[in-house]
Design a protein around this ligand. Structure first.
Ligand SMILES: *Cc1c(COP(=O)(O)O)cnc(C)c1O
Length: 243
């Protein structure tokens, strides 16, 4: 049986090959796309192996799991991304170990994150999560536990992030929708996200991160112009069912 380190190294090499090929096909430089490995449900020992294998960005989606894991890995030079639905009562904990919050989708969260960032004395990069299947006014809704702001709510959220102490609007994140007009149309969904990202940059030029694409659709995201892909399963294996 191959040991865990070898297995992770092989999976990483395959994902690297997929990203490189997608970049080449799109005429993009490989270094324009950053790999974030989503380590949710996997142990700190895996995070450590990934760091040894050259991974620099990891992502988590539940504070209960992420906080102890990040503490165990605090000696590693990793950038921690938070990609899950964020409740305001978890914000203070998340701000202790997270460098980039990718799931900002409502004004209330901006206020809590700002207060938490000020407390820790750190600056938090924030991505606005866009729900491409959402209508205006459904902000922060719990549909399918995915979260996200409607496209027409992005501008106001970005302005709020820019004004909030301790926060910086850094760009956009999306998960390809399972329902609505973009269901099953990843490339079209990511193209739409890029349009919203262009609008955002005209108001906030430094908000240039576009986080899109997962194990199943990273090629579509790279083709559309994503700067960050979030890959879990293809690196770590199929996740055990969430408790
Ligand atoms: C779990 C998760 C991923 C990774 O998904 P895979 O299909 O395992 O690659 C990416 N983004 C978010 C927001 C996630 O929750």
């Amino acid at each position: 049986m191959t040991d865990r380190r070898t297995q992770l190294a092989q999976n990483l090499a395959q994902v690297e090959e997929r990203i490189s090929s997608a970049c080449a096909a799109a005429g993009r430089a490989r270094e324009d796309v950053t790999l974030i490995v989503v380590t949710k449900t996997y142990p700190a020992s895996d995070v450590r192996l990934l760091a040894e294998l050259g991974v620099r960005h990891v992502a988590e989606n539940r504070d209960q799991d992420a906080a102890p894991k990040a503490a165990e890995c605090s000696d590693l030079s990793l950038t921690w991304h938070f990609v899950g639905q964020l409740q305001t009562n978890k914000v203070r904990s998340v701000a202790n170990y997270t460098d980039v919050v990718q799931s900002v989708d409502r004004l209330k969260l901006v206020n809590s994150l700002s207060a938490a960032a000020v407390r820790t004395g750190r600056k938090l990069d924030c991505l606005i999560q866009v729900a491409l299947d959402a209508e205006s006014g459904q902000t922060g809704r719990k549909t399918a536990d995915r979260g996200g702001a409607a496209p027409d709510e992005v501008a106001a959220l970005a302005d709020a992030l820019a004004e909030a102490e301790g926060l910086r609007p850094a760009g956009l994140m999306t998960v390809a929708p399972l329902v609505g007009p973009y269901a099953g149309r990843q490339r079209a969904a990511f193209d739409r996200l890029m349009e919203i990202a262009t609008d955002l940059r005209s108001a906030h030029p430094a908000a240039n991160m576009v986080s899109a694409g997962m194990s199943a659709d990273l090629e579509d995201a790279v083709a559309a112009g994503a700067t960050h892909v979030r890959v879990g399963t293809a690196v770590l294996g199929v996740r055990p069912r969430l408790r």
